[in-house]
Design a protein around this ligand. Sequence first.
Ligand code: ADP
Ligand code: ASP
Ligand code: MG
Length: 406
Amino acid sequence: MAVIVQKYGGTSVADVARIQNVARRVKAASDAGDQVAVVVSAMSGVTDQLVKWVREIAPHYDATEYDTVVATGEQVTVGLLALALQELGLKARSYLGWQVPVRTDAAHGKARIEGIDGGAIKALMASGVTPVIAGFQGIGPDGRVTTLGRGGSDTSAVALAAALNADRCDIYTDVDGVYTADPRIVAKARKLAKITYEEMLEMASQGAKVLQTRSVELGMKHRVPVQVLSSFNDLPGTLVVDEDVIVEQELVSGIAYNRDEAKITLIGVPDRPGIAASVFGPLADANVNVDMIVQNVSHDGRLTDMTFTVARPDLQRTMKTLDQAKNMLKFERILSDSNVAKISVIGVGMRSHAGVANTMFKALAEKGINIQVISTSEIKISVLIAEEYTELAVRALHSAYGLDND
Ligand code: ADP
Ligand code: ASP
Ligand code: MG
């Protein structure tokens, strides 16, 4: 008998019929002898709507009240799924984050899970009851409801699987696995039977939202076997595994894109020691994460330009912070551009092969796509381009690295 955590995303619980479909799947696993804990997201579109209402009322909202509002979507689906399971003759009960409890830090809106007390849930499962747990939410040190950042139910599920010492965490979504690129953009994308934690981590953090980045980190750290599959069919999914499990490693395993960044350029910054610290220090204090950074060499040894990217929702805050620091930083001008996308090529095979970057640059050049910023890691190359070329770039790179399924 295996202990399994099953997580169902927004499209899988989008209406009553789909919730009943999920209930049948949970029952089938339970009939087969497994002990199942279920984690669910809000119905698709609901969290977006809740966020929109918050922003309409308070553009610079209080993050604790934001959490109070956006966590409600999951309360509806846990209750409905518990009822649907009861209708099928199972014993089931719903849990909100604070009831488990899922303890988090105080970073409202993007809280990190600090610990889950799995004891009560475990005992409940052993007594034949199916727990249905609200994803995306927890309780902070201040005793208030927190949320884990968009897509956070994946993280709830993996953290719960770790706490329960589960045999597997199955993430059910609207695609039947992890593909070489987003199948909604690349028709020729191929499903990967396996992907390494490291590659999945890069794919997720570079924008492949099929798993939330933090869920992959937790899976890697606690060695939780994670599987991505569809709640609409019974096809085999993708297993996230250790590197040594993959026998024939491809050079590049996937292409990801992210339209959620904005580019900022400081023109005429004094080229002196400490300038980077004085630009990025105030941003860190304002809780802004900076991603790609380029600083040019100054041609006259006096002034230089500095370009970097931040998450698009942080753009306003970034501009305000830099404007306030203008007297200290002494830059000439500041430019911002939200019309950008980051395209990344990912693969552990890159470690041992040269020329991977050049293939990328050539493929983009052939399509006439200009590269604005480049950044690399051991297993990833990212470029920033104009947003309107996103699809074209992803498809061109998918072909260039021989990933097309034809
Ligand atoms: P859920 O609501 O189930 O959590 P998400 O919308 O968060 O689902 O994640 C699934 C989506 O991730 C897919 O519909 C797909 O468009 C997108 N996606 C992006 N990149 C990939 C990829 N490489 N493989 C599979 N899906 C991807
Ligand atoms: N409902 C939340 C969101 O839309 C969490 C999730 O779906 O994982 O971001
Ligand atoms: Mg998701």
